[in-house]
Design a protein around this ligand. Structure first.
Ligand code: ATP
Length: 355
């Protein structure tokens, strides 16, 4: 297995730029996801790594070798596509063995490796079936086996779960992660599904408009988002504009002052953004009208948790709390009621000033 290094990778189509600048180091055996909204450049980046798209600038280095200009088959990558892309006229075993045949691996070794790859994805009993005789999840496992069988240095997955229903997705994602860890596969995974990326990855790369916004663990992105885009894209977040008028005191544009974590010299002249996760916002019935008291504008019961929108002097604050037990006064909180909000100052994080 090998490492993967992307250096200043860029792709232009005429006047438009699909990928602006991507630098990334993936360690041996690491699972890294590219996460971002539609059109942010995930697939283009992955295809440049695989060799299906030629970069306009930058380098792709796999296991220490510059492969930027190498054709796909000479890159030592295995790729799994969203559409599976199985050959319909070949059996499962033939599909999986195809890459080995292309590489002129002898018959006996080929049969053995195909059997081993199918065992890994638990499909050895279906080796003689054709793709049309398999379920979606089984077809995707054949596609996985086909990529694994060539023992690639880098494993590339392009939204491999998006054609599966929710339950199967959750199952197959656990299988892929377990297999990846067991085999120590260096993996680059593309998805727009943040739950999937958070659940599977060692580290994530958040992309927007062809640029890397932040690289980090799930916890880094969630607890310490680099900017408002990451704060809003990874999980739900109140992103509030204003100024830090004194250490730990944040004046919202509407004039209300709220507590915040302090990150250096407060400068009342500089516009800042503050990120406050909704599950960090406690809500209660106010005893007095001082402190952070606002008017509830909506209450949405979601079973385990309840979402409250509260208008705090003209600023909407979302609070998400475990649903209070029946009989608790808070359970009957409704639109139009007054509610007091509370959070630990450190939970309201000032974001780095935007360029
Ligand atoms: P999705 O999740 O929707 O697949 P993505 O993040 O994978 O999105 P890309 O497919 O990488 O996005 O596309 C990035 C940008 O480049 C988009 O704005 C897209 O329209 C543009 N693009 C992609 N391929 C081409 C092409 N062949 N010619 C011109 N523009 C392209």
């Amino acid at each position: 297995m090998g490492t993967l290094k992307l250096e200043g990778l860029m792709k232009r189509y005429g006047a438009s730029t699909a990928v602006e600048h991507v630098d990334l180091d993936v360690a041996e055996g690491e699972f890294v996801s590219l996460l971002g909204p539609s059109g942010c450049g995930k697939t283009t980046t992955l295809r440049m790594v695989a060799g299906f798209i030629e970069p306009s600038a930058g380098r792709v280095v796999i296991a220490g070798r510059d492969v930027t200009r190498a054709p796909p088959y000479a890159r030592d990558t295995g790729m799994v596509f969203q559409s599976y892309a199985l050959f319909p006229h070949m059996s499962v075993a033939q599909n999986v063995g195809f890459g080995l045949e292309m590489r002129k691996v002898g018959r006996a070794e080929r049969d053995e490796r195909v059997r081993e790859a199918l065992r890994l994805v638990r499909l050895d009993h279906l080796a003689e079936r054709f793709p049309r005789e398999l379920s979606g999840g089984q077809q995707q496992r054949v596609a996985l086996a086909r990529a694994l069988v060539v023992k690639p240095a880098v494993f590339l997955l392009d939204e491999p779960l998006s054609n599966l229903d929710a339950k199967l997705r959750a199952e197959v994602r656990l299988e892929i992660r377990a297999l990846q860890q067991r085999l120590g596969l260096t993996t680059l995974f593309v998805t727009h599904d943040q739950d999937e990326a958070l659940a599977m990855s060692d580290r994530l790369v958040v992309l927007a408009h062809g640029r890397v916004q932040q690289v980090g663990t799930a916890e880094d992105l969630y607890e310490r988002p680099a900017n408002a885009f990451v704060a809003g894209f990874v999980g739900r977040c109140n992103v509030l504009a204003g100024t830090e008028e004194a250490p730990g005191r944040f004046r919202l544009e509407t004039g209300t002052v709220i507590p915040c974590g302090h990150d250096g010299a407060a400068n009342p002249a500089t516009q800042r953004l503050l990120a406050l996760r909704p599950e960090r916002v406690a809500i209660s019935r106010p005893e007095r009208e001082d402190g952070l008291v606002g008017t509830v504008t909506s209450v949405t019961y979601l079973g385990a948790q309840t979402e409250y929108h509260v208008d705090l002097g003209g600023t909407d604050i979302l609070a998400i709390r475990p649903t209070p037990p029946e009989g608790d006064g808070l359970r009957r909180l409704a639109s139009g009621d007054r509610a007091a909000l509370h959070w630990e100052p450190a939970a309201a994080r000032l974001l780095a000033s935007e360029e």
